[in-house]
Design a protein around this ligand. Structure first.
Ligand SMILES: Nc1nc2c(ncn2[C@@H]2O[C@H](COP(=O)(O)OP(=O)(O)OP(=O)(O)O)[C@@H](O)[C@H]2O)c(=O)[nH]1
Ligand SMILES: [Mg+2]
Length: 208
């Protein structure tokens, strides 16, 4: 995909009304510091479109990036960052949940997990919640450059098992350093935008 234009269009805080977008959205969820904002930048090849940090808790709002005037990437705050108060974490959790359930344009949730670790309780809870709500999702396993090549498939198998993925569920290893996985992630999105994916993007969506 050639990205001709990329801009931050809407920023929503905990009390904001979500925008009534008319174009497809792809959302990025995962633990704080897992690499959501970095992945967005790398996918669109813009260094600083989404703000990133070595410190967890960088993204604190729902940020809608409008791409090619055709679709959106939605960058979400991370979960499970201990230094954020329980109260604020709960507010962000509700905000994320509200977005994931209410957005009419959400096509795919990309759930990011770190290749180096067993999925956290928060990762498992998020995955179970996505499945229970029958929302379309793809798991992206980030920071693949941090483990050896031989470890990649081992870690993918471990993550697949821990998240209880079905054989048909997609799991893609990615690295913002080497570009691993980016072609496959774009293919998933292009299939969805062109309506040629294996599953209907609206399949199983719950209206509420
Ligand atoms: N080596 C390596 N580092 C990465 C990769 N992706 C992200 N990082 C690093 O991980 C840190 C966190 O990245 P962010 O993109 O800010 O993470 P985030 O998930 O958006 O975090 P929050 O906004 O706090 O939820 C940064 O220091 C990135 O440089 C990767 O593929 N490889
Ligand atoms: Mg971020």
């Amino acid at each position: 995909m050639i990205i001709k234009s990329a801009e931050l269009e809407t920023v929503c805080g905990v009390t904001s009304k979500l925008p009534d977008n008319q174009m497809p959205e792809f959302a990025f969820v995962g633990r704080s510091n897992v690499g959501k904002s970095s992945l967005i930048n790398k996918l669109v090849n813009r260094k600083d479109l989404a703000r990133t940090s070595q410190q967890p808790g960088k993204t604190q709002t729902i940020n809608y990036f409008r791409l090619n005037d055709a679709f959106y990437f939605v960058d979400l705050p991370g979960y499970g960052y201990a230094k954020v108060s329980k109260e604020l974490q709960a507010k962000w959790g509700k905000m994320i949940e509200r977005y994931l359930l209410k957005s009419k344009q959400l096509r795919i949730i990309f759930q990011l997990v770190d290749i180096r670790h067993e999925p956290s309780a928060g990762d498992k809870q998020m995955h179970d919640w996505i499945s229970a709500n029958r929302l379309p999702s793809v798991v992206l396993v980030t920071k693949a450059d941090k483990v050896s090549r031989s470890q990649i498939s081992k870690q993918l198998a471990m993550i697949r098992k821990e998240l209880k993925l079905k054989a048909s569920d997609r799991l893609i290893a990615c690295s913002k350093e080497t570009g691993l996985g980016f072609d496959e992630v774009w293919t998933v999105m292009e299939e969805c935008l062109n309506g040629t994916g294996t599953e209907s993007p609206e399949a199983g969506r719950i209206d509420n």
